[in-house]
Design a binder for this molecule. Structure first.
Ligand SMILES: Cc1cc2nc3c(=O)[nH]c(=O)nc-3n(C[C@H](O)[C@H](O)[C@H](O)COP(=O)(O)OP(=O)(O)OC[C@H]3O[C@@H](n4cnc5c(N)ncnc54)[C@H](O)[C@@H]3O)c2cc1C
Length: 205
């Protein structure tokens, strides 16, 4: 299927920022929503134990690895689209790519994501941010996938955002896409956050 690859006995350290961890039985890499939905539905139908990861920047993986299927939802190419007043981003997009897009298009509200590794999905689950702002502050809504592979839309108010937390950490729902409202007046150019050079020097991506 387009957007999906599979690797048996994959070393998970290759998919974790800290380069730690053993192998999983199978790694399924998905770089678009349709591939993710297809993968999850097949795994559920086959009663296969599975877990989802994004960019692997907030994971400490055991040396014992994982005796099941790891689904990796991460895209090297940014999957970002502006349709009228809506900025739509597939959650497999790297967060820094979204911050770059926002900076180049003068869209406020996302420059707190500058220089943070990982995917948009991982950032929403952990309400990532910096400099007193987080990604959940400006979100319009998200598309979630439940444990049967069914999609639904959710408003940010329903996600229980707090400092580096959301109720997605308990619910197990997957973040498939995210949308921002760009109809509100934007500053002509908000650019990179002024703290970026310091952050970039401390933690190169
Ligand atoms: C050098 C460095 C600097 C960092 N700086 C910051 C910072 O300034 N601010 C900050 O907030 N964080 C920071 N982090 C932490 C990390 O970048 C964030 O937590 C990031 O948002 C994790 O995203 P990820 O895609 O890598 O998630 P992963 O590490 O792959 O996964 C983390 C958790 O999220 C879940 N998950 C991932 N994607 C999805 C999805 N689409 N749907 C549902 N669940 C999902 C996984 O199951 C897992 O439980 C830093 C990390 C590093 C290594």
């Amino acid at each position: 299927m387009d957007g999906m690859t599979m690797e048996e006995s994959a070393s998970l350290r290759d998919y974790s920022t800290f380069r730690l961890g053993g192998a999983c039985r199978v790694l399924v890499s998905c770089d678009r929503p349709s591939a993710l939905q297809d993968a999850i539905r097949r795994l559920v139908a086959d009663h296969e134990p599975h877990v989802l990861i994004g960019g692997g920047s907030n994971l400490l993986i055991s040396d014992d690895g994982y005796d099941g299927v790891v689904v990796r939802y991460c895209s090297e190419a940014p999957r970002i689209d502006v349709d009228g007043s809506v900025l739509q981003v597939d959650a497999c997009t790297e967060l820094d790519e979204l911050a770059r897009f926002a900076a180049e298009h003068g869209l406020e509200g996302l420059n707190c994501c500058t220089g943070i590794p990982g995917t948009v999905g991982g950032a929403i689950v952990g309400n990532a941010g910096a400099w007193g702002k987080q990604i959940g502050d400006s979100l319009r809504h998200v598309t979630l996938m439940d444990d049967r592979g069914e999609l639904r839309e959710a408003a940010p108010e329903s996600l229980g955002f707090a400092y580096r937390r959301s109720n997605l950490q308990q619910s197990g729902d997957l973040v498939v896409t995210a949308q921002w409202d760009v109809s509100v007046p934007q500053r002509p150019l908000c650019g990179w956050h002024p703290g970026f050079p310091t952050k970039s020097a401390s933690f190169p991506l």
